[in-house]
Design a protein around this ligand. Structure first.
Ligand SMILES: Nc1ncnc2c1ncn2[C@@H]1O[C@H](COP(=O)(O)OP(=O)(O)OP(=O)(O)O)[C@@H](O)[C@H]1O
Length: 386
């Protein structure tokens, strides 16, 4: 049932509104002035507040300002008496959801209340989503390797030092990069990611440095590249070992001089970018094979972080499994499933080829297909027998 806080110093109005709103299925609490209203607002979360403008002690406008600073998600509808319409309009400018006039037109009042509730649900959802997006996923693990990685992140994040992150596919390299950015003074600016393996070699330079209109056949518009987009923030070059030699030469120059030139352009553009890179290749071997420039390797690998595969830190598997179980239950809005010791043991001893993403998929599959407790048989059936 939706809760409404009704603040008005006129008892008769309160009584009428209370009756109507209760009849309409709302739960209504009343306050006789702004001060009492504010006290009640502080003690409980309401879905909507109806608040008179002209009241003794704290008036409607003051209530609105204070309520908005306490909980901006709760919409406040002003009730405007004769002669306070201008103030009501002012209140809407200050953040009130809307206003209704006294004596209230019943239909209009109910529609306004419903709209306010819809908006409040939407803005709450948007806020939760935003929080989720802004949050960097927790790095789970108590193995020595993970502890050491976290320590290194804490030390290097505040600096502008370039970091090269190595490890197998899905070992968690990107997550390390996200934490470096998140804990750095650049965290308010973007972290721009480029997967160098996913971009055809003839396009990588334009992707990184942008291009001027007409610089090549498909360049119909001027476009800024990832270096410029990341200005002030962090550029994360994933799979850097797959970058073409000519792009490597340009990246090297950008790092040495802090300047880039768009493809087809001649203007030098200054960029302030911290570069973090990752690869699943052995870059020194690539250097030997003449696929990667040694001078660039040195520039990129000031700090090296190796993320070991899951097989090399099996003691983290139970923590990860439990984390995934919780996340999945939350996502599906279902009760949390548990896993038997023998099933967990089987997962610990499985050969994971370094991939946390694979473990997360497996847990999701088990949650969907198993009963309330995930048993060894489930693991044998749904994981190993596939
Ligand atoms: N320590 C960890 N705790 C929790 N989740 C993790 C951890 N490490 C990685 N993950 C999750 O596992 C998935 C794979 O990680 P990530 O993308 O960072 O790996 P990667 O090494 O960059 O992979 P790729 O080489 O395929 O780009 C992601 O969903 C990530 O959030």
């Amino acid at each position: 049932m939706s809760n409404i806080l009704l603040i008005d110093d006129e008892k008769a109005i309160r009584k009428t509104l209370q009756e109507i709103l209760t009849y309409e299925g709302f739960k209504v609490r009343e306050a006789g002035d702004g001060e009492e209203g504010l006290k009640m607002f502080n003690e409980k979360t309401y879905d909507v507040v109806l608040c008179d403008i002209k009241m003794p002690k704290i008036d409607g406008i003051e209530f609105l300002t204070k309520a908005n600073s306490i909980n901006p998600d709760v919409p406040v509808i002003m009730i405007s008496g004769h002669g306070t319409i201008e103030t009501a309009v002012e209140a809407v400018k200050k953040g009130a959801f809307d206003y209704i006039s006294k004596p209230p037109d019943l239909n209009r009042m109910l529609i306004t209340i419903r709209n306010a509730m819809d908006k409040s649900t939407l803005s709450k959802e948007a806020r939760v989503l935003k929080r989720k997006v802004n949050r960097v996923q927790e790095m789970i693990g108590e193995s020595e390797a993970i502890m050491r990685i976290k320590e290194t992140i804490d030390k290097v994040a505040p600096t502008d030092a370039r970091v090269l992150i190595t490890g197998e596919n899905g070992a968690g390299k990107e997550l390390v990069a996200r934490w470096i950015h998140h804990k750095s003074p650049r965290s308010q600016m973007p972290m721009v990611e480029v997967n160098c393996a996913a971009i055809p070699s003839e396009l990588i330079e334009s992707e990184l440095f942008g291009h001027e209109k007409g610089s090549f056949t498909s360049a119909i518009k001027q476009r800024i590249g990832k270096f410029e987009q990341a200005n002030g923030g962090t550029l994360f070059l994933d799979e850097v070992g797959d970058m073409s030699l000519s792009a490597q030469a340009k990246v090297l120059r950008a790092l040495q001089e802090g300047k880039i030139t768009r493809v087809g352009g001649d203007k030098e553009i200054e960029v302030d970018v911290r570069v973090v890179t990752a690869t699943n290749k052995d870059l020194l071997k690539e250097v030997e094979a003449k696929n990667f420039r040694l001078d660039l390797y040195h520039r990129l690998s000031v700090i090296l972080i190796h993320v070991p595969s899951l097989n090399e830190r099996r003691q983290d598997i139970p923590l990860l499994v439990n984390k995934f179980l919780t996340d999945i239950a939350e996502e599906y809005n279902q009760p949390l499933k548990v896993i038997s010791d023998r099933a967990m043991d089987a997962l610990i001893h499985h050969n994971w080829t370094g991939n946390i993403r694979e473990l997360s998929n497996v847990v999701e599959r088990l949650v969907i297909l198993s009963g309330p407790t995930i048993m060894l048989e489930d693991v044998t059936h749904y994981v190993f027998a596939r």
